[in-house]
Write a protein that binds this ligand. Structure first.
Ligand code: CP
Ligand code: NVA
Length: 333
């Protein structure tokens, strides 16, 4: 949202809501592009809100704080969880969604991102976008008069990691002192994990093969935040070293969307990084296994681990709904 005092935001009719206003006022009208743009307190407030909203939902309570508001969802890439959880979440908050794919928009015929942002800002109250390039999302956010939410780029997946942190908090009773081992590709999910772990003061060990490490600038940003929060961030090579005594083992696909032509090579490079029973035996006895999904059994994780008693992957998927409802209510409320 580049221009908070745009003409459009003046003179609007107040929305009819059960609970008017943002439940986290400092976040009202802001974008949600990476976990590096917020204070630890703001992110903690979002997680508290997500938990409260989840409890309300489970109890059959919950108002309609976004009654009358509309969220546009723009997809350059496929999605199951992000699409459905944003659509259902917005409906549960009393709002509406428009789901758009870029191939059906004038974007596919050369209309600029900036013009698209300006036009959509005249119709909707917020935009969620899943794009290849992170620069696309930044450009959209700069030109839009409404909050923009990153639903995954090649660099970051912040909504996923908020849901992951909520899941760990539920399964481990809190985040303090938790050790997370991320094993595999230093990709968008790893990048958001670096920033999320830094913000929430976790111990994070990221194990990647040579040439597939997270970007140095993202690691540096995480280290800077970690110095203030007490988080411990390590990037290393050996998956066993990463997993030793860990409370959480996390992995993601070896081949992300857009890298399909590298799949064969990646299967070879990442083979020693498969999360299987032999690797998991090095974790704490009560470790939980996490994966953002979609998963490829037999590649980054074996079926006995992802379908076994330590796996919480479907709790993670559910928590996308609750974490994003909190983000929506805070930004758009
Ligand atoms: N984890 C995740 O973002 O899933 P989708 O690609 O299905 O949205
Ligand atoms: N790293 C994966 C995450 C999918 C949710 C990808 O970008 O395809």
């Amino acid at each position: 949202m580049g221009h908070p005092m745009s003409p459009r935001s003046e003179g609007r009719l107040p929305a009819a809501t059960d609970e008017p206003g943002s439940p986290v006022p400092a976040l009202r009208g802001r974008d949600f592009l990476t976990l590096g743009e917020f204070t630890p307190e703001e992110l903690a407030a979002l997680l508290d809100l997500a938990l409260a909203m989840k409890r309300d939902w489970q109890a059959g309570r919950g108002g309609q704080p976004l009654y009358g508001k509309t969220l546009a969802l723009i997809f350059e890439k496929p999605s199951t969880r992000t699409r459905v959880s944003f659509e259902v979440g917005m409906q549960q908050l009393g709002g509406r969604v428009l789901t758009l794919t870029t191939r059906d928009m004038q974007l596919s015929r050369g209309e600029t991102i900036a013009d698209t942002a300006r036009v959509l800002s005249r119709y909707v109250d917020g935009i969620m976008i899943r794009a290849y390039s992170h620069a696309t999302v930044e450009e959209l956010a700069d030109a839009a008069d409404v909050p923009v939410i990153n639903g995954l780029t090649d660099l970051y997946h912040p909504c996923q990691v908020m849901a992951d942190l909520l899941t760990i908090r539920e399964h481990k009773g809190g985040l303090a002192g938790v050790t997370v081992a991320y094993v595999g590709d230093g990709n968008n999910v790893a990048h958001s994990w670096l920033l999320g772990a830094a913000q929430f003061g976790l111990r994070l060990r990221v194990a990647c093969p040579e040439g597939y490490e997270p970007l140095p600038e993202v690691v540096a940003r995480a280290q800077t935040i970690a110095r203030q929060t007490g988080a411990e961030i390590t990037v290393l090579r050996d998956p066993v070293e990463a997993v030793a005594g860990a409370d959480v083992i996390y992995t993601d696909v070896w081949t992300s969307m857009g890298q399909e032509e590298e799949a064969d090579q990646r299967r070879q490079v990442f083979a020693p990084y498969q999360v299987n029973a032999r690797l998991a035996a090095h974790a704490a006895d009560d470790y939980i296994f996490m994966h953002c999904l979609p998963a490829h059994r037999g590649e980054e994780v074996t079926a006995d681990v992802i379908d076994g008693p330590h796996s919480v992957v479907f709790d993670q998927a559910e928590n996308r709904l609750h974490a994003q409802k909190a983000i929506l209510a805070a930004l758009l409320g």
